[in-house]
Design a protein around this ligand. Structure first.
Ligand SMILES: NC(=O)c1ccc[n+]([C@@H]2O[C@H](COP(=O)([O-])OP(=O)(O)OC[C@H]3O[C@@H](n4cnc5c(N)ncnc54)[C@H](O)[C@@H]3O)[C@@H](O)[C@H]2O)c1
Length: 337
């Protein structure tokens, strides 16, 4: 298939794009951020990389694709709250623009990466029939983009939204704002695992390789998986933060200490993943221990604390550079549908 991946040089994209290429797809990536810090080209051999912005790129960029995997976003809650207008522009208007153009220009399949954070914090297990309860701009934009882009679903254009659990695991664009990654990385570096009080809070998790597998399964699927959101994760990985800390400390060894920070945070949520099994025929393969081992191995190989691993700072840089990026790309600052 000819596949466009927006935001394809980010944390998930760095696992997904090489996998898609390996499966014989012709891949094009549109991302405005790459080359600021690292060069993915050698892992993306055969792919077409375009430095551009989903909000303003020329519509012709969207021509000629069978499928679109839409990953571009300000990708976490604090980044989303940095600049609410930019978050709505990118995560909502930008992604609606991409889906509408893709449909208009002949794509048959569209998959957007949404998030289980649309459920907010609540008791019990949330499934896709649970009313959404977005608590941040990031989550609100996900709810809005699901509503608009899933409504494009019809017999000629299959639109799917995958609501991912919080991701962990190693990728060449490693993210230190993700809880498992940060606890493991800094636990290794400082021999101290820092845990937000008091660790009783539940969150759903998924390994980044499983995210990539789910996106591939969704774009390649011939089944009727359009028009609705699908939670992607595994009930076994609905975990309490204190259990994660225990696993990490066990892996790191006896000299590792636990340090609590913050006010007690008892906001929890847990998610059901039956639809991923039934509709997408998707099961996760990787558990938390695998992800922790892998990050520790990378630390032993010399994984260092780099600026691009700090998602919020990285997006601050991008947002501050907005004008110069616009000039560099010769963009007109307006949204073209
Ligand atoms: N990592 C997680 O825990 C998680 C969980 C659920 C959903 N998601 C979603 O998956 C997607 C990818 O997440 P990620 O972890 O790879 O994030 P990431 O921040 O590493 O990657 C996002 C990419 O989008 C690009 N981008 C941002 N704004 C853009 C714009 N206007 N035009 C073009 N490119 C732009 C960035 O440069 C970056 O490379 C995001 O939509 C995110 O919200 C991630």
């Amino acid at each position: 298939m000819n596949i466009l991946v927006t935001g394809g040089t980010g944390y998930i994209g760095r696992i997904l794009v090489p996998e898609l290429i390996g499966r014989g797809h012709n891949v094009t990536v549109i991302d405005r951020g790459f080359l600021d810090y690292d060069d993915p080209t050698k892992d993306y051999e055969g792919a077409h990389l375009i430095r551009d912005d989903i909000r303003t790129c020329d519509p012709s960029r969207l021509r000629g694709f069978d499928g679109v995997i839409d990953l571009a976003a300000l990708s976490n809650d604090p980044s989303g709250d940095l600049d609410k207008t930019a978050t709505w522009d990118i995560n909502y208007i930008g992604r609606v623009r991409i889906a509408r153009l893709a449909k208009k220009l002949g794509a048959k399949r569209y998959v957007v990466a949404s998030s289980c954070s649309v459920y907010g914090f609540r008791d019990g297990l949330s499934d896709e029939s649970t009313p959404t309860n977005p608590l941040t701009t990031y989550a609100e934009a996900n709810v809005a983009v699901e509503r608009d882009n899933l409504s494009l679903n019809d017999s000629s254009f299959r639109a799917t939204a995958l609501r991912f659990a919080t991701v962990f695991g190693y990728s060449k664009r490693f993210r230190l704002d993700l809880v498992v990654n940060a606890m493991t990385f800094y636990g290794y570096k400082n021999r101290v695992v820092r845990m937000m009080r008091d660790g009783n809070q539940y969150r759903p998790f998924i390994h980044v390789k499983d995210v990539s597998r789910a996106l591939i399964q969704a774009i390649e699927s011939n089944d009727d998986i359009g028009g609705r959101p699908i939670n992607v994760g595994n009930e076994r990985l609905n975990m309490q933060i204190k259990d994660i800390a225990t696993i990490i400390m066990h892996k790191l060894g006896k000299d590792t200490k636990l340090e609590l920070y913050g006010d007690p945070d008892n906001r929890s949520y847990q998610v059901k993943f039956d639809a991923a099994r039934d509709l997408l025929k998707f099961e996760t393969k990787f558990d938390l221990e695998y992800g922790v081992d892998e990050i520790i191995d990378k630390c032993k190989e010399g994984l260092d604390d780099l600026p691009q691993m700090h998602t919020v700072n990285y997006y601050k840089t991008l947002l501050n550079a907005e004008d110069s990026i616009a000039k560099y790309l010769n963009l007109k600052p307006k949204i073209i549908f």
